[in-house]
Write a protein that binds this ligand. Structure first.
Ligand code: PLP
Length: 381
């Protein structure tokens, strides 16, 4: 008996996906082979990226971006606190210092270009922007700031696979685009990710870093292109396997259609809930901007008890989540900040009131109505 009548998210796997993952098993080649090459080519074609490297997770992609840009101890990386903790963790993992930037406003939950500018110091080396819920950040302003201060730009596109702004796909604005194919993402490989770049030299560095800094892969040696290898940099094993690449390519083929369905569901939610004074739906003025929604986030009005609201929906079998608790409030980051106030007042306010509603392509009209009626009933309590 499932716990939820309407879960937060439901995985869509088709017969085509199942057939796809059998292919590498039947071909008896399981890692970094032709499936991965085809997956990367298809991803490049879909996004317009010049280079794309499939990796073992979105976190690996973010970590590789920092390593390839040679960011390390003494450097500061600016990022929103209103994001998944992996973003700050990888900055700490390379020995650099995360600097938390506020979001833009009550209804715009992407990084604030003004607060970004205000928090730049002589130690700033990069900014990591997050295209929250699929809404592109204010890239024109961010890129201008980055150019002025000589900052690298890393885009976290975990929510924004094939989201576009001014005709450019997220991941192609900055130095590197980092994608996650975790199970609940718009396309999935279970665990997995992709890193893209438009720059040839950075691409070469990423290629080496993904696989121990080695100049050839097992496949190259098997196919006779190399007999041995040298090691040119201190790399890691962030490779993906053929089973997940096959699944990724199969999922990618359906992505455009899936995004259209997501857009329809998003619009239906907005029609039901926009008139409700007790909640804020972010980005309502930017719906035209977006081609790939990932989640349906709202914020409750001040004074509504969020725990009670979440509990009331749970009682009706409706699962919700929170995107996100501010990173700077987590214990390990409180210890790191050691009493310093990181000044993200809008993040603090929204995070305390934020709730994410169920959102996935398999939702039907009745599901959306059930969720919305429950939200209206309980937000008015
Ligand atoms: C915004 C954001 N960044 C990074 C990640 C990390 O991706 P992964 O779980 O694939 O390591 C996620 C995934 O959950 C995410 O939502």
């Amino acid at each position: 008996m499932p716990l939820w009548k309407i879960p937060l998210f439901e995985l869509e796997l088709t017969d085509d996906d199942v057939i796809a993952v059998l292919r590498p098993l039947r071909n008896r080649w399981l890692t970094m082979g032709e499936e991965t090459q085809r997956f990367e080519s298809a991803f490049k074609e879909k996004t317009g990226a010049r280079h794309a490297f499939a990796v073992s997770s979105g976190t690996a992609a973010l970590h590789l971006a920092l390593l390839a840009l040679e960011i390390g101890p003494g450097d500061e990386v600016l990022l929103p606190s209103f994001t998944f903790v992996a973003c700050a963790n990888v900055i700490r993992a390379v020995g650099a210092d995360p600097v938390f930037v506020d979001i833009a406003g009550e209804t715009d939950w992407t990084i604030s270009p003004e607060d970004l500018e205000a928090k730049i110091t002589p130690r700033s080396r990069a900014v990591m922007v997050v295209h929250y819920a699929g809404f592109p950040c204010h890239m024109e302003a961010i890129l201008a700031t980055a150019r002025r201060h000589n900052l690298a730009v890393i885009e976290d596109c975990a929510h924004a696979v094939i989201s576009k702004q001014d005709g450019i796909t997220c991941g192609c604005f900055g130095d590197a685009g980092c994608f996650s194919f975790f199970s609940n993402k718009n396309m999935t490989t279970g665990e997995g990710g992709m890193i893209t770049t438009q720059q040839d030299a950075l691409a070469e560095h990423l290629r080496l870093l993904r696989s121990h800094g080695m100049t050839s892969l097992t496949l190259d040696r098997y196919q006779g292109r190399a007999n041995s290898y040298d090691v040119h940099t201190i790399g890691l094993n962030y490779r993906i396997d053929e089973i997940r690449s096959a699944l990724g390519r199969s999922q990618l083929e359906r992505l455009t259609r899936n995004l259209e369905i997501r857009n329809e569901i998003y619009q239906t939610y907005v029609e039901y809930l926009a008139p409700l004074d007790e909640i804020t739906i972010p980005f309502l003025d930017r719906l035209e901007d977006v081609t790939g929604y990932h989640i349906f986030p709202i914020a409750l009005m001040e004074g509504i008890n969020r725990n009670q609201f979440i509990h009331a929906l749970k009682e009706e079998g409706i699962q919700t989540s929170i995107h996100y608790p501010p990173i700077h409030r987590f214990q390990v980051y409180q210890e790191y900040l050691d009493g310093e106030d990181c000044q993200c007042p809008i993040t603090e306010s929204i995070s305390a009131r934020q709730v994410t509603l169920p959102f996935y392509p398999g939702m039907n009209a009745k599901d959306i109505q059930t969720v919305c009626e429950a939200v209206i009933r309980h937000a008015r309590l």
